[in-house]
Design a protein around this ligand. Structure first.
Ligand code: HSE
Length: 338
């Protein structure tokens, strides 16, 4: 399976590492991965025989771009050109989230689908801005578009809903979908520290988006909610349909007051067939959604099975890379079964 990787930040680097570690496991699913191209901001490295993972990581670390890859480096070759010119079966799109227009991820995904390549993305922006259009484009071309890593890091939140609850009708989704804000609120409550200090800690630990207002102002949660609403509730909604309120205004005093009442403030995302909103809410201590630290938790209410909650780490390079690997296996299974 020839893989084209677009974006070589934390998630992209974790993915190539995981790919080389998971060789035997992938082989048992009939997958022999070969990374034929990697693109980042400085250009690309392209070798149809396969690029070496250690070499990729080394040039990125030492030279800042994969375009410095010996012999096969292509400075200034864009991700779009790589997708259009390089033969391959799967494009993995992990460029940074850009909520303004979804670029460059949106164009990468569209170009890949038009070029007959399956796509895996962990980039929330294109999915939150153009979910239906992208799914329809994939279907029209007989291709698979997977996006497990967009919600819950490595925690299989989307797969739980679409596979485990397949015989039921999901009525609503309620959850803590952002690790950074959960970390900040947890740290404020645990250590009586202010918002800014807790945010600095989250940034130092690498949980935040490049622009942390994505997290603290609720937009990251809103993107994930839109993906859940489209995928799980089959609603045709976009980011602009979500009523969004973040945690910037929450004071230590409010947090402590709720704690005295046996509750913790969480940034809760909620969707049913009418509502779509993200806002801070008190949750009783001991409730399944009252998770701490960087954890995510999502409670699905379905018609027959009732309430079920999935809990797991919602952020991190290796965690998100594991979701991409899951998607890779799922594409192989889907293509083989078709
Ligand atoms: N910044 C995101 C979070 C990363 O904190 O949850 C994972 O989407």
């Amino acid at each position: 399976m020839r893989i084209i990787l677009l974006g070589f930040g934390k998630v992209g680097q974790s993915f190539v590492r995981l790919l080389s570690e998971a060789g035997l496991r992938l082989l048992s699913h009939g997958i022999r991965p070969r990374i034929v191209a990697v693109a980042d901001r400085g250009g690309a490295a392209v070798n149809l025989q396969g690029l070496n993972v250690e070499q990729l990581l080394k040039v990125k670390r030492e030279r800042g771009t994969v375009a410095a890859y010996p012999e096969h480096g292509r400075p200034n070759l864009s991700g779009l050109e790589v997708v259009e010119e390089t033969p391959g079966e799967v494009v993995v799109e992990v460029t940074p989230t850009n909520l303004r227009d979804g670029e460059p991820g949106l164009s990468h995904i569209m170009a890949a689908l038009k070029a007959g390549k399956h796509v895996i993305t962990a980039n929330k922006a294109p999915m939150a801005l153009a979910f239906q259009a992208l799914m329809e484009l994939a279907e029209y071309n007989g291709l698979v578009l997977r996006f497990s890593g967009c919600v819950g890091g490595g925690t299989p939140i989307l797969d739980f809903a679409s596979r485990c609850l397949v015989g039921d009708r999901i009525l609503s989704v309620r959850g803590v979908l952002n690790g950074t804000t959960n970390y900040i609120l947890t740290r404020m409550a645990e250590s009586r520290i202010g918002f800014e200090e807790a945010l600095r800690e989250a940034q130092a630990l690498g949980y935040t988006e490049a622009d942390p207002s994505m997290d603290v102002d609720g937009w990251d949660s809103a993107c994930k909610l839109v993906i859940l609403a489209n995928w799980v509730l089959k609603r045709r909604v976009k980011l602009g349909d979500v009523k969004v309120q973040g945690i910037r205004g929450i004071t230590l005093e409010e947090i402590m007051e709720e704690l005295r009442q046996g509750r913790q403030i969480k940034l809760i995302a909620y969707a049913d067939m009418e509502t779509l909103k993200v806002s801070p809410e008190p949750v009783p201590v001991g409730h399944p959604l009252c998770v701490g630290g960087v954890l995510n938790a999502v409670c699905f209410t379905s018609q027959y099975a009732g309430e079920e909650t999935v809990v797991g780490k919602g952020a991190g390079g290796m965690e998100t890379a594991s979701a991409i690997l899951r998607d890779l296996i799922s594409i192989k299974q889907q293509v083989r079964g078709s």
